[in-house]
Structure formats: C-alpha cells, structure tokens
Design a binder for this molecule. Sequence first.
Ligand SMILES: *[C@@H]1O[C@H](CO)[C@@H](O)[C@H](O)[C@H]1NC(C)=O
Ligand SMILES: *[C@@H]1O[C@H](CO)[C@@H](O)[C@H](O)[C@H]1NC(C)=O
Ligand SMILES: *[C@@H]1O[C@H](CO)[C@@H](O)[C@H](O)[C@H]1NC(C)=O
Ligand SMILES: *[C@@H]1O[C@H](CO)[C@@H](O)[C@H](O)[C@H]1NC(C)=O
Length: 482
Amino acid sequence: MKSSYINSHVILALCIMYLGVWCFGEPDYNDVAPMEEVEKTALYSAIQGFVGHWWNGSDLYPDPCGWTPIQGVSCDLFDGLWYVTALSIGPIQDNSLDCAPNVEFRPQLFELKHLKSLNFFKCFVSPHKHPVTIPGKNWEKLAGNLETLEFRSNAGLIGKVPTSFGSLIRLQSLVLLENGLVGELPTNVGNLTKLKRLVLAANWFYGRIPDNFGGLNELLILDLSRNLLSGSLPLTFGGLTSLLKLDLSNNQLEGNLPTVMGYLKNLTLLDLRKNRFSGGLTKSLQEMYSLEEMALSDNPIGGDLQGLEWHSLQNLVVLDLSNMGLAGEIPESITELKRLRFLGLSGNKLTGNLSPKLATLPCVSALYLNGNNLTGELKFSEWFYGKMGRRFGAWNNPNLCYPAGLMPTGHAPYGVKPCQQEVTSLEANTNSKLGEGNFDQNSHFMVSSGFSINIIDGFRWVFLVQVFMMIQLFNCFLESNL
Ligand SMILES: *[C@@H]1O[C@H](CO)[C@@H](O)[C@H](O)[C@H]1NC(C)=O
Ligand SMILES: *[C@@H]1O[C@H](CO)[C@@H](O)[C@H](O)[C@H]1NC(C)=O
Ligand SMILES: *[C@@H]1O[C@H](CO)[C@@H](O)[C@H](O)[C@H]1NC(C)=O
Ligand SMILES: *[C@@H]1O[C@H](CO)[C@@H](O)[C@H](O)[C@H]1NC(C)=O
C-alpha cells in the first residue's frame, strides 16, 4: 500500500518533469536511445568546456538523445545509433546552456562528426578578462556534415578566422556577426561554394574584399557591413547572380560602383551607406530590376540624378541618396516609383524647382530634401504637409519658400520660410487682425479659411486627416499588390 503510494508520486513527479513524454506508466529506464559511448562522452565534455566544470552531463542528462534531452542539443538516428546533429550554446531560451566565465573550446567538440549545425550566441563575452580565439585546427573533422556555423554577439571572441574554415565544404550558412574578430577577410571562405548566407558583419575585419567571394554563385545574403574594409569592389561581384541582399555599409570601401552591379538581377537590398565610393551613379544600377531598397547615402559619389532611367526600378520602396554630393535637378521620372515610401535626398547640392508631382507618390511617408539648394515656391497641398509633418524635410534650402497666403499656418512645411510677396500681405493681414483680438496662429488659420473657431471643428479636421491617410494607405496597398 505504502510503496504503491510512493510509486505513484514518483511517477507523477516524472510525468511533470518530462511533460514531453506520454506517460502511460513508469518509463523503462533501460530503454535509452542507443549511442556510442565516445559520442556521449564527447558531447558531455564539449558542453562542459562551455558551461563550466559544475555541469556533470552524465548525472544530469543520462540519456541526452532520449528521455533526458538537453536544451540546444538535437540528435538524429544513423544505422540504429543516435548522434548529435545540432548544438546551440548561449542564452537563446530560459533554460538554454549558458556559458561560464572561463569558457573554453574542448577538442571533443570536433568528435561530434554528425554535427550539421553549430551555434554560439553571447557565449564569449569578456574581451578583457577572458578573450577566446576560435581553434585553428580540427574543423576539417566536421567537414562531412556541417551546414550551419554561427557565432553571434560574442564580444570576447577575438583573433582571426581560422583558415581551416575553408575545409567546411558543405557549409550553407556562415555567420560571424558582432564578435571581436580581426584580420583580413579569409580568402578560403571563397572556396565554400555551397554558401547561401555569408555574414561577417560588425567585427574588425580590414583590407580588401577577396576576389574569390565573387565565385559564391549560390549566395543569397552577403553582409560585410560594420567593419574596416577598404579598397574597391571586386569586379568578380558580377558573379553573385543569386544574391538577394548585399550589405557593405559602414566600411571604408572606395572607387566606382562597378558596372557589373547590373548583373545582380535578383537583388532586393543594396546597402552601401557610409563608405567612400565615388564616380557618380553608374547607369547599370537601373538594371537591378528587383531592387526594393537602395541605400547609398554618405558616400562622396557626386554626379547627378539625370543619368538613370528611374522608372526601370519599379520595385523601389526605399531610396536613400542623402549626403552624396549630388548636383543638378531632381528628375520628374523619380515620381514614377509608385511603391516608394522613403525618399532621402538631403545634404546634396541639388538645385532647381521641386515638381509638385512628388506629392503624388501614393505610398510616400518620408521625403527628405533638406540641406540642398532648391529654389522657388513649394507647390504641394496643405493636406500633404499635414500628412507628412516633419517627415517632409525641406529646411536648409535658403532659396525655397512656400506661398504663405494660401497656407493654413498649422500645416506649413517645417523650417521653410513663406515667400516674400505673401509675407508682406500676411503681415498686413495679421496686423489688422491683431487690433481686433488676440488670435493665436491656429485660430487665425481657422478664421481666414472660413472655419468657425470651435474645438469640434478642430477634432473633425484631425479626424478627416486620419481618414484621408487611411484611404491613402489603402490605395498604396492595392497598388503595390497589383
Ligand atoms: C559526474 O559525476 C559522476 C558521479 O556522479 C562521476 O563519476 C563523474 O566523474 C562526473 N563527471 C564529471 C565530468 O565530472
Ligand atoms: C581554396 O582555393 C584556393 C584556390 O582558389 C586553393 O589554393 C586553396 O588551397 C583552397 N583552400 C582550401 C582550404 O581548400
Ligand atoms: C532569380 O529569381 C528568379 C525568381 O525567383 C529565379 O527563378 C531565378 O533562378 C533567380 N536567378 C538566379 C540567378 O538565382
Ligand atoms: C544656390 O543657387 C543660387 C542660384 O539659384 C546660387 O546663386 C547660389 O550660389 C547657390 N548656393 C550654393 C551654396 O551653392
């Protein structure tokens, strides 16, 4: 009686502990997932190296591929035996394996020959107290199966990328993001022709981009941003024909934008911001038909906007060409980019009048033209200024003005002065009104545009603006889905 009472409690406890296991009775502890002893020991030792000596795998997880699964460890069955196929270390989930302050790579890691995926997240985090380098040797032991290798946000991971990464010929994803890695980009990585994703962003890599990176013709994502890379873009980049996203922003790259860029027909994101590119906007940019985001800002590129046939970039949603030393006028053909939401042209040397058609871009929600030398009268509707607020940037164009007489003062373009002629008439108008009473700017607008001054009208106005904006967004949604 008593023993069965205790027994049922044990079973209940086990059921609660291993909710994943369907509990029809006492589990059979001998029915463990069969594993080679060397595989099991290698797993325990490798993990212990990362999480610390206190962690006793054989005690805590006697059946790591069976009824005592380890968070971050996945297994698969090969010829009747279980092997570890994925290992993730670091605080991804609440009960993940966290790294110890004195974290170390153990050679046993490389005995896990069936590993397909190896991930480290916020594991090596003390660049000063306990810096760690990636082991230089043994990676070839994982070459047979490893498809994914990722080190993310490990500030304490320093030193160079081992050349033996070049042996991981099955690799499809190599992510070395936000670590403390240094040196030139490893040319051997250019040998990994199965790569679909190569992310080496936010480290301290310097020097040129290796020519052989252009041979990675299955690559979908290439992100080398936030490093210290210099030199010009390799002409081999034309070979990256599968590429969807190219981010080289925040480096010190220089030279012309090569015409081979035009070969990247499937590219949706081109981000070259904050580099030292020059030589004008190459005409072949217009051949990147799939582009949705083109961000080239903060480069001394120079030249003008006239050379490109903008209508061929029909998919553009974001076009950021600010701080590029662009001169000349803004071509009206830019208004054919019907999906455009963001247009940044600030901080250039653009001149001439602004086409009122810019306001007809159906999706536009931010339009920055500030810091140029645009001239003449702004001819957008007051509704447009109201809708955009400060996301319509036209300030710092000394020779630009808006026709104040026609304008409700509440919806004037921010930082733009009223045109001279109207200024005098407005002043006259205001002065005469000031004698009659104490109008603030809003009530002045209400009066002069025939509204009665009451709160309800104010609310109704706001409501109308909101309805207009919703209709606008809806139209935009329809158009971009046609
Ligand atoms: C784990 O604990 C067992 C005893 O419970 C001990 O025999 C074994 O040596 C320990 N393993 C490690 C790696 O500390
Ligand atoms: C990578 O390819 C180069 C030739 O492009 C070759 O010399 C080198 O040995 C290769 N490296 C590896 C690790 O296979
Ligand atoms: C580009 O994308 C299209 C459609 O998704 C696809 O059929 C084509 O194979 C891609 N081109 C390359 C070179 O990957
Ligand atoms: C701006 O353009 C005007 C002519 O429209 C010119 O006189 C002036 O020098 C230009 N200013 C700058 C800073 O380029």
